[in-house]
Write a protein that binds this ligand. Structure first.
Ligand code: AMP
Length: 679
């Protein structure tokens, strides 16, 4: 595939107004990609070179990019900077400079997708002395063969600001859209759902009697939809009530599981052809997307899932957990009262909620790897956990636990702030001595050939306890079976006294819900203000210090949550308290390094802070209340969004990235819990 095609579609993606429209554009690329190009395409579209656990990051300095642009375009650094000061985008600078190239290059060749990817990987791997020059040379070579539009995206990618707004869910949508035409060949009939009598049909795909251009998919709607024409062999049944507008039907597929919950809308006869009907099927996305999403949740490897989806689909449906490909973590729902939890899931197991960081341990004999909540490989940082995992009586194993600094002798849990000091690159051995971690294991996913993730919690827990019995540095999380609200409340209070953050109640019959926030786990945390939970928010801007804070150059943060529908960030608070003096100094230093001239493209904000920053860092905030305010854009409806009242910084969350922040749907939940509480 030529890179020019990729760049042209990216340009459409940038102009698209919603996730599904973006997916529609990406689907066009995915439909043409060759098997050995899938990895390059899926990664580059997301602005990455590899999934986080491979640790291959580019992050080229802007100065280096500027030099490369200057070499290729013949423009001086001064000229380029003047242009940058207007746009704040090195990609736009490259597009402009190359569009006005002073000298034509002789050696330019058309760029290929795989070639661009290989050069970017090479760039990322260059390190050590002389690497700066090597990077400038490699980038200049790429730009030399690039059109202005290609150059724009290459440079943006290199400086870590591709900003297409394409995330994993968008690519899954695109793959799902592509599945639809393939399913078409297998349609054997319709049945009124659930389980009604099958009506055989003969789909005439995209039949356009007027000879109009074929319209494969209509992605302009708010959900994926597919419009097509079919003949109905049994015309009598067609006229029956089961096929009226809005009817729920099941599509019977040859040799495949039926597509359920399809809503037929706008069934109408085709003009001039009495035996032809036109239908719009809604809901393909959900059912077609589910196996793709499942495979992704089990592997976190989108490139691999895409390759299977496009070239070996049967393997998507049979997808299995794999060692050293981290499973996307299950997440907890929240409730604010023990009785509500019992009402929701009935008698359950309550576990202590430890405030450290989550580790997913993969083991194959002596090889052990640890993955963080962000799915980064963090093996090197925790040698004592690796050592302890080696001792477990299992050859092949995947399990999860919360690691924290803990004194077994005094039975004392250290705070998150203390534990997080262990997340470092240097001085690892010494810190492992000074502040050894203890791993509280809470779930089992895979053990010696058995996929435990699909088993009910009860059985997983029993197998987990057996696995870690008698170990020194790894033990099972504390647990209590509870049958009533007061019993759960007692255990909750007990956990708080022990120094834990609260409890997580677990539904005994639920499987491990990879990548999903589900009622399988419900958390109950000690109360912070009136809210049922704290929020993990992304820092998108900050304020200059005033009054007593002038000296720190720091006066507060503008923070945002993610709208899971659009994928955009939306502001939820201006945080002005909870900072220590050291934190203010530290924050000013950290944030001034990622300042930007313009509002991040993925952010919706009606407030302008003194400085915008790259949405990179996450912090936990508590608040007294959530109110509705015209100031903030989080979940905005009728001109008002959710806003935190009296927000306070609790801590920075180095273990979470902007993809793991609180979502608008969660804010909505916390808001409704607060309303119910007041009743
Ligand atoms: P939160 O980050 O507040 O949404 O809470 C969920 C997190 O609690 C998980 O991602 C784990 O890191 C952590 N956690 C602590 N103890 C447990 C436990 N016993 N079971 C499950 N997760 C736990």
């Amino acid at each position: 595939m030529r890179f020019a095609e990729v760049a042209a579609v990216w340009s459409d993606v940038e102009a698209a107004s919603g996730r599904l429209e973006m997916a529609g554009h990406l689907a066009k690329l995915l439909a043409q990609v060759k098997k050995d190009e899938v990895k390059a395409l899926t990664n580059l579209c997301q602005g990455i070179l590899a999934p986080p656990y491979e640790g291959l990051e580019l992050g080229l300095g802007e100065k280096l990019a500027e030099q490369a642009i200057s070499i290729v375009s013949g423009r001086s650094a001064k000229e380029l900077e003047t242009h940058f000061n207007k746009s704040g985008d090195w990609g736009a600078v490259a597009e402009w400079a190359l569009g006005k190239k002073k000298q034509m290059s002789l050696s330019a060749e058309e760029l290929e997708l795989n070639g661009v990817y290989a050069s970017l990987v090479k760039l990322a791997k260059l390190s050590g002395s002389g690497s700066q020059e090597g990077k400038i040379k490699t980038l200049a070579e790429l730009l030399n063969s690039a059109s202005p539009l290609e150059a724009k995206y290459i440079v943006r990618f290199c400086v870590g600001k591709l900003r297409l707004g394409v995330q994993e869910p968008t690519i899954l949508d695109a793959l799902a859209l592509l599945r639809v035409p393939k399913v078409k060949d297998k349609i054997a009939g319709f049945a009124p759902a659930p389980g009604g009598k099958r009506v055989p049909v003969e789909p005439k795909w995209n039949y356009e009697p007027e000879g109009k251009k074929e319209k494969e998919l209509s992605t302009a709607d708010s959900d994926a939809s597919l419009e097509f024409v079919f003949t109905c062999i049994d015309t009598k049944s067609m006229e029956s009530a089961s096929f009226e507008d809005g009817a729920k039907i099941e599509i019977v597929l040859e040799g495949l599981a039926p597509l359920r919950d399809i809503t037929v809308t706008k069934i109408r006869p085709v003009k001039d052809r009495a035996d032809y009907y036109r239908a719009v099927l809604m809901g393909f996305k959900k059912s077609v997307r589910a196996p793709l999403e499942r495979a992704f949740n089990l592997s976190s490897d989108l490139a691999h899932v895409a390759e299977l989806a496009l070239f070996d689909y049967a393997k998507v449906e049979k997808f299995q957990i794999r060692l050293f490909s981290p499973v996307r973590p299950a997440l907890a729902e929240r409730l604010s009262a023990p009785a509500d939890i019992l009402e929701k899931i009935g008698p359950c197991a309550a576990e202590g909620k430890y405030d450290g960081f989550r580790l997913q341990v993969h083991k194959d004999g002596e090889r052990v790897e640890l993955y963080s909540r962000k799915l980064e490989k963090v093996t090197h940082a925790f040698p004592e956990v690796v050592e302890a995992a080696r001792k477990l009586p299992a050859k092949h194993l995947i399990f999860e636990g919360e690691a924290l600094a803990y004194s077994k002798k005094e039975k004392r849990y250290y705070s998150f702030q203390t534990t997080i000091q262990r997340k470092r690159k240097h001085g690892v051995a010494q810190m492992a001595e000074e502040l050894p971690l203890h791993l509280f294991a809470f779930d089992l996913l895979y053990l010696d050939g058995v996929d435990w993730a699909v088993q009910p919690y009860e059985s997983r827990r029993a197998a987990l306890e057996k696995l870690v019995a008698g170990q020194e540095r790894i033990e099972a999380s504390s647990i209590k079976q509870v049958k009533s609200g007061p019993e759960l409340e007692n255990f909750f209070e007990h956990c708080l006294k022990e120094g834990l953050e609260g409890i997580i109640a677990k539904d005994p019959s639920a499987p491990y819900t990879a990548g999903a926030r589900d009622w399988a786990w419900i958390k109950l945390k000690k109360s912070y203000g009136a809210l049922a939970d704290t929020l993990d928010v992304v820092i998108v801007g900050y304020y200059r210090g005033e009054g007593a804070r002038t000296g720190f150059g720091f006066g507060g943060l503008l923070v945002a949550v993610r709208n899971e529908q659009s994928g955009n960030l939306q502001t939820v608070a201006r945080v002005g308290s909870g900072f220590t003096e050291e934190e203010m100094v530290e924050l000013e230093k950290t944030l001034s390094a990622i300042k930007r001239k313009t509002k991040p493209a993925e952010l919706e904000s009606s407030i302008e802070p003194d400085f915008w920053v790259e949405p990179k860092y996450v912090c936990t905030v508590s608040a007294d209340e959530i109110s509705l305010s015209p100031q903030h854009t989080a979940g905005q409806a009728n001109g008002k969004g959710y806003a935190l009242r009296f927000p306070r910084l609790m801590q920075m969350r180095e273990d979470k990235g902007p993809e793991q922040c609180t979502t608008v749907a969660e804010v909505e939940r916390i808001y409704s819990l607060q309303k119910n509480r007041g009743k």
